[in-house]
Ligand binder design. Structure first.
Ligand SMILES: C[S@@+](CC[C@H](N)C(=O)[O-])C[C@H]1O[C@@H](n2cnc3c(N)ncnc32)[C@H](O)[C@@H]1O
Length: 331
């Protein structure tokens, strides 16, 4: 341990968890220094910016998890350079992307990542396939791939060898927790295990949410998550293709959390929305085409009066491609 000066942000303890998540998502957290607490105030080290009054205070340095991994792992220098310095931790399962050059050392790598990151299982994430968004993974440490991820007071249970969980969507899950009013009827057209259904149901407590899901495995976890988060009286789950859901004009709000030609589903969304309502339309767009392509996808598929209230980037999806969401007010 040594000492170093550096910027910190000062927050009340009750806002600590939320602030930490935001800093992590935006890659602003300085993991080399420790968080300190005085009374009910936390001093969180950040890479830059921070609170002017506190930036010159001495903060202790501790090795980052990646430095601990590098120190622990016994690999030739050339190989060590390719070790992944990013991962996703969902519940107590870690997912990494492993370059081919390290594949022969996968067991050793799995063991060290599990130990340092305190995980029961480590998976190599290869890709995510098809409309049901099924991941292709390989277990390199441990056995169990089912886990419970706790976030914003919600329990998300899932099996990471069969289903995906995008940590990068945390801001959108937190936003969804607050968007709806108590008297609303909502349709979540691509519910998955409840990525958006659960924050909406647990925190906004609307009148009703219809959660539509085509994948039987995701449907099974959605059902269990609705029960364990005690929102069975709000959420009604439907297994099947959302395009077969009857034309009902029941919804005040529709969530379209899907990124693969989502515009093809806009006509169905309009058959489910009341005369006036809001659609949260997710899509992918290249940096150079933002926001024009999103606006065109909407104008080509929504007739009549609508207003795009906001379009914002959720996360980077691929180099120069973003996952974005548009809030569309229809009617
Ligand atoms: C995995 S989620 C997308 C990720 C999610 N937005 C997040 O925040 O992580 C998309 C879900 O939509 C489901 N899906 C795809 N096409 C569908 C359809 N036509 N009807 C109902 N569900 C569908 C998939 O099975 C999948 O579970």
């Amino acid at each position: 341990m040594s000492s170093e000066e550096g910027p910190v942000v000062k927050v009340k303890k009750k806002r600590g968890e939320e602030t930490l998540k935001k800093l992590k998502t935006n890659d602003m957290l300085d993991g080399r220094r420790v968080i300190e607490q005085k009374g009910d105030t936390l001093y969180i080290p950040v890479k830059e910016g921070g609170d002017e009054n506190y930036r010159l205070k001495k903060r202790r340095i501790k090795p980052t998890p990646f430095e601990r991994i590098s120190n622990k792992i016994d690999l030739p220098k050339k190989m060590e350079e390719h070790l992944p310095d990013r991962w996703e931790k969902v519940g107590d399962v870690v997912l990494i992307k492993l370059p081919d050059s390290l594949y022969s050392k996968k067991e050793l790598i799995g063991e060290v990542y599990a130990e340092v990151l305190n995980a029961k299982t480590v998976l190599i994430q290869k890709d995510i396939q098809g409309t049901k968004r099924e991941p292709n993974v390989e277990v390199i440490y441990g056995e169990e791939t089912e886990t419970v991820h706790l976030e914003n007071g919600i329990k998300f249970k899932l099996d990471l060898s069969k289903l995906m969980f995008s940590s990068g969507n945390i801001d959108e899950r937190v936003r969804m927790a607050e968007v709806a009013d108590e008297d609303e009827v909502i349709v979540d057209m691509f519910a998955g295990i409840g990525y958006f259904t659960l924050p909406l149901a647990v925190h906004s407590k609307p009148d009703k949410i219809y959660s539509l899901e085509i994948n039987p495995v995701a449907y099974r976890y959605l059902k269990e998550n609705v029960r364990s988060n005690r929102v069975e009286d709000i959420v009604e789950i439907c297994l099947g293709d959302n395009r077969n859901f009857p034309k009902t004009y029941i919804a005040d709000r529709i969530v379209m959390g899907y990124l693969h030609d989502t515009h093809r589903f806009l006509p169905k969304a309009l058959e489910l929305l009341k005369e006036k309502g809001v659609i949260h339309y997710h899509t992918r767009v290249a940096d150079t085409e933002f926001p024009g392509k999103v606006e065109r996808e909407i104008s080509n598929n929504v007739d009549g009066g609508y207003e795009i209230m906001k379009i914002h980037k959720i996360k980077s999806y691929a180099p120069h491609v973003y996952h974005v969401v548009a809030d569309i007010k229809v009617g």
